[in-house]
Design a protein around this ligand. Structure first.
Ligand code: ATP
Ligand code: MG
Length: 381
């Protein structure tokens, strides 16, 4: 006997959307379902965003669940896109609550420092740019969005347990004359404790960092992204559609290609790219000889391709690594060092590239990219 439409629908209820935290039938994502007399099944699922990584997860799950039903002769899965109005309806059906306003109300610019590729210097640049911005008279904070490979506390030399304010907001730690810092490390018992978190928990953690931390008045909230592209950008896009990206690359074509993909992901979620920083661009010996260890030109090529400014080219300098290991950003320890000079240049470029400094950010809901609810950080109260 051929499978029935009801049986297929019941099987589809087993396919959950991790971002909405509900199944695709309840979420209203099943656009159409047809079952022929001979048992040919065709399911059309609507995606929230073009190129959504959820598509492959849906397809796999649908094939597994519907394919297991008796009487399925053939199974076709295809996708279309929700309209803006449908997205709003879907998000209303999802379990997500609207983000509370307030925690970021006085933050003027949110800048995500990302690269796609690991180890190119995102964290080092984030820590030093925060310090350089403060030295330039701005208020700045560094948020460590790398919950696995957190490194901001070590690089800024800031450790400890944040206090909770009267209105139950978490107070960032403050270091080096005013840099505010926040990291998952502050909430772990042992400093070397491994954090093994799955996607939904990650969304929740980032969300709590943005919504439950008393950031106060800030010109710049710099967000140190983990390597890779997807998850975190999506959460940020949803919570802070006004946030911008600084893309870090090395001069190498390989790194530049990966960085380009990170930029494309950001743009897919309508996040603006403020500029590119090339890191590890050459090594200058004490006698002034320059070696282009990681090649040349990647930053310029990438900024041309993305049509955004090249904010700076930071040379390889051992002192930059040593100072990061010791917890004092090089721009503070030795402002005249070549890498510091390049970092100050990049910080000033960033200031120039973010002119709307008085436009106060408000967390605005992007119902089309909704993170899940229900997992609490160890920090809550
Ligand atoms: N220009 C530089 N000169 C010398 N050392 C550097 C430079 N940039 C980064 N480093 C060092 O390289 C190492 C990797 O840098 P960092 O941790 O900032 O990279 P990342 O992109 O944040 O890595 P991950 O992807 O793992 O988060 C660090 O030890 C850092 O101090
Ligand atoms: Mg890092």
């Amino acid at each position: 006997m051929a499978v029935t439409e009801d049986q297929v629908r019941a099987a589809l209820r087993g396919v959950t959307d991790t971002e909405l935290g509900t199944d695709i039938v309840d979420a209203g994502l099943v656009r159409s379902l047809s079952v022929s007399a001979g048992g040919d099944v065709h399911v059309v699922v609507s995606l929230l965003a073009p190129g959504s990584p959820a598509a492959s997860h849906y397809e796999r799950d649908i094939r597994e669940r519907v394919g297991a039903l008796a009487g399925v002769a053939d199974l076709a899965v295809s996708f279309d896109l929700l309209s803006a109005e449908e997205k709003r309806a879907v998000s209303a059906r999802g379990k997500r609550a609207a983000p509370p306003e307030g925690a970021l109300a006085k933050v003027r610019n949110v800048i995500c420092v990302g690269s796609g590729k690991g180890g190119v210097g995102k964290s080092t640049l984030t820590a030093n740019l925060a310090a350089a911005l403060v030295a330039e008279g701005k208020t700045a904070a560094a948020l460590d969005a790398d919950v696995w490979g957190y490194s901001i506390p070590r690089m800024l030399g800031v450790h400890g347990k944040p206090k909770v304010s009267e209105n139950k907001r978490i107070l960032p730690l403050v270091v080096h004359g005013g840099i505010k810092a926040m990291s998952i490390e502050f909430f772990l018992e042992g400093r070397d404790q491994a954090v093994v978190w799955r996607g939904p928990m990650l969304h929740k953690a980032i969300r709590q960092f943005l919504e439950d931390v008393e950031w106060g008045e800030l010109d710049y909230l710099l967000i140190d992204l983990p390597p890779g592209t997807g998850d975190v950008s999506m959460t940020l896009a949803q919570l802070l559609p006004q946030s911008r990206f600084v893309i870090v690359t090395t001069p190498q074509p390989a790194a530049q290609q990966v960085a380009k993909r990170a930029a494309e992901t950001a743009r897919r979620f309508d996040l603006e790219i403020a500029g590119v920083i090339e890191n590890m661009s050459g090594f200058v010996t004490p006698t002034g000889e320059r070696y282009t260890i990681f090649g040349e030109g990647g930053g310029q090529t990438l900024s041309d391709e993305l049509d955004v400014p090249l904010l700076g080219k930071i040379p390889l300098q051992e002192e930059l690594r040593v100072s990061a290991d010791n917890g004092t950003p090089l721009v503070l320890e030795d402002p005249d060092a070549p890498a510091s000079q390049a970092l100050f240049h990049a910080a000033r470029g960033l200031i120039a590239a973010t002119p709307q400094q008085l436009a106060v950010l408000q967390p605005a809901a992007r119902p089309d990219i909704a993170p899940p609810s229900g997992v609490a950080l160890p920090m809550a109260q």
